[in-house]
Design a protein around this ligand. Structure first.
Ligand code: SF4
Ligand code: SF4
Length: 286
């Protein structure tokens, strides 16, 4: 077994996988990178926020400690593991400028480059989740990537659309990586044109401090009553003064973007117009 997992080695590992992996490449676009250098932070798995998420998201949402404990029941090797410390390793994978620029000029559907970034980028993100999980285990930790685990499932509990047993963006909020915007996107220091991931471990890694006090603090619509640009970017009218209408957004993808699947050669996951050509695209808005 190797030395205990440390934060600097973990950050270096996540950056190295992102830089070197052939999965982090757009084959149809000269093999250019899908994501820039990741942001990495750590949440305390016993942060009271995770209990509060049960009220916000639903009672089906699992805490990090539950994730580890339930995963142990299916993993005989770690059944007696020490769970004195629970941490959530979180990362942000910023979408490259070339991809953001390609989508910023679109008005009703995503660019092909954006669609490939969403599709192949999530495949790379899964590889990264798995790699971080394996890296932690090699260092003797109990680790679970919730999104790859059998514990992860979609639950239809509200008229607002489905939600799942684990929200990575809420884990990122707890880890101090950003706050939510009007469009329901997650605003980070690298912007909201990004994808994110998380792995839960039983290692006493240092917890990242949060520099904000509310879940909408970075969005100037809520703090200053300005902007609202994501509303006008949305071709589905799915963003209004009260936020994001997930049902309308999903219907637009299904009814209007389905023909693109054949043209682009990937299953379209979202138009992402609300993530580009807006002031929070690649940084925090001021
Ligand atoms: S575009 Fe403006 S209103 Fe929309 S999330 Fe970004 S900062 Fe908030
Ligand atoms: S992803 Fe959904 S909310 Fe965002 S612009 Fe497209 S349809 Fe609108």
């Amino acid at each position: 077994m190797e030395n205990p997992l440390s934060l600097p080695s973990l950050v270096a590992f996540i950056r190295a996988v992102t830089q070197d992996s052939p999965e982090n490449r757009l084959q149809h676009f000269a093999d250019s990178p899908i994501f820039d250098e990741p942001l990495v932070a750590v949440a305390d798995g016993d942060d009271p926020l995770f209990e509060e998420y049960r009220q916000v998201i639903g009672s089906h949402h699992l805490t990090p400690r539950e994730m580890l404990r339930l995963s142990q029941q299916t993993d005989r090797r770690s059944i007696d593991a020490d769970l004195a410390h629970v941490r959530v390793i979180c990362w942000v994978l910023p979408i490259t400028e070339a991809t953001r620029r390609s989508n910023a000029v679109m008005t009703s559907e995503p660019s092909m480059r954006w669609a490939h970034t969403q599709y192949y980028g999530e495949q790379f993100n899964n590889e990264l989740r798995h790699a971080v999980e394996q890296c932690a285990r090699k260092h003797g930790a109990v680790a679970i990537a919730p999104v790859l685990s059998p514990l992860f499932r979609s639950v239809h509990v509200t008229p607002d659309g489905p939600s799942s047993t684990w929200s990575e963006r809420h884990a990122l909020f707890a880890a101090g990586l950003g706050t939510f915007g009007l469009c329901d996107g997650f605003l980070t220091a690298a912007g909201k044109a990004m994808r994110c991931g998380s792995v839960v471990v039983n290692v006493p890694l240092p917890v990242t401090a949060r520099s904000y006090s509310s879940h909408r603090e970075a969005c100037v619509y809520f703090t200053q009553g300005t902007c609202g640009d994501c509303q006008s970017r949305c071709p589905a009218g799915a963003i209004g003064p009260n936020g994001h209408d997930k049902v309308k957004c999903d219907r637009y993808q299904e009814e209007n973007l389905r023909p693109l699947r054949e043209r682009y050669g990937v299953a379209i996951t979202g138009c992402g117009l609300c993530q580009t050509a807006v002031p929070c695209e690649s940084c925090l808005p001021t």
